[in-house]
Ligand binder design. Structure first.
Ligand code: PGA
Length: 255
C-alpha cells in the first residue's frame, strides 16, 4: 500500500449554488491525468448536483463532512452512511474539530461513525488535533494519541486502505495561523508511529493530511515534509484559482 497525496476542500457551511457553478466552471486545469487525489466536501444537499458536473466526473471526488453512527431509524436530521454510499459519495470527514467542539461529538461516537462509514464502503478522513491551551500545556502528543486510539479502536485493519488521517491543530483552523512545517512534521511523524503501533506496516502507510490555514503560499513547504501527505483545506478551497493552485502543488509532489 503506497501513500497518495491528497488535496481536500472542506467547504463547511458555505457556498450557494451559483458560487458552486462558478467554482466548477473555473477549475478546468484540474485534469484527469493528475496523480494526486482531488476531493471536495460540500454541504450534503449540494452533493448530487456537484456529481453531475464535468470535472467531478473526470477527476474531483465528492464527499460529505459528517455522517450518522446508525444505518437507519428514528434519528431526525441525521444522514446515514448508507444513503451516502447509495448516491456514490466517495468519502466522509469524521471528527472535524468543529464537530468535536460545537456539537460535542466525543471519541466513542466518532469511533462508531468511523467504523460504520468504512464498513459501508465510504472512505473516511478522520480528524485529530489539539487546542491552543493543550499545546501550551505541552499536551499535544498526548491529546492526539488519545484521539487516535479511541477514535480508531477495534477498527479491522482491512479498512486501512480506505482511511486517511488529518492532523488539524485547532488553533490553526480558520485563524490564518499555520503550524510551521517543522511543528506539523513533528506531529505527523508521531501519528505515523502511533498508527504503526496500532496496526503495523499498513497503519504506517495511511496518508496523513495537514489542515489549518493551508493556502497556495504555504502548501509547498508543508508538502515537502516527509510525513505530510496532503492538505485538508477550508477557506482557501472555496476559491477556484486557489484550489487549482493547491492541486497543482499536490500533483507535483505526487510525481
Ligand atoms: P482552514 O480550515 O483551512 O480554513 O483553516 C481547515 C479545516 O477546518 O478543515
Amino acid at each position: 500500500m503506497s501513500r497518495k497525496i491528497y488535496m481536500v476542500g472542506n467547504w463547511k457551511m458555505n457556498q450557494k449554488l451559483e458560487e458552486i457553478r462558478n467554482f466548477f466552471d473555473n477549475v478546468k486545469e484540474i485534469r484527469s491525468d493528475m496523480k494526486c487525489e482531488c476531493w471536495i466536501a460540500p454541504q450534503y444537499i449540494h452533493i448530487p448536483i456537484i456529481q453531475e458536473m464535468a470535472n467531478v466526473r473526470d477527476k474531483i471526488k465528492v464527499g460529505a463532512q459528517n455522517c450518522a453512527n446508525h444505518e437507519k431509524g428514528a434519528y431526525t436530521g441525521e444522514v446515514s452512511p448508507i444513503a451516502l454510499k447509495d448516491l456514490n459519495v466517495h468519502f466522509t470527514i469524521i471528527g472535524h474539530s468543529e464537530r468535536r467542539s460545537i456539537y460535542k461529538e466525543e471519541d466513542k461516537l466518532l469511533n462508531e461513525k468511523t467504523k460504520l462509514a468504512l464498513e459501508t464502503g465510504l472512505n473516511v478522513i478522520f480528524c485529530v488535533g489539539e487546542t491552543l491551551e493543550e499545546r501550551e500545556e505541552g499536551n499535544t502528543m498526548k491529546v492526539v494519541k488519545a484521539q487516535i486510539i479511541k477514535g480508531l479502536e477495534d477498527l479491522p485493519s482491512k479498512y486501512l486502505s480506505n482511511l486517511v488521517v488529518a492532523y488539524e491543530p485547532v488553533w490553526a483552523i480558520g485563524t490564518g495561523k499555520t503550524a510551521t512545517p517543522d511543528q506539523a512534521q513533528e506531529v505527523h511523524a508521531y501519528i505515523r508511529e502511533e498508527m504503526k503501533e496500532l496496526f503495523g506496516a499498513d497503519g504506517q502507510n495511511v496518508s496523513i493530511l495537514y489542515g489549518g490555514s493551508v493556502k497556495p503560499g504555504n502548501v509547498a513547504e508543508l508538502l515537502d515534509q516527509p510525513d505530510i501527505d496532503g492538505g485538508l483545506v477550508g477557506g482557501a478551497s472555496l476559491k477556484p484559482d486557489n484550489y487549482v493552485a493547491l492541486c497543482k502543488v499536490a500533483d507535483e509532489k505526487s510525481s
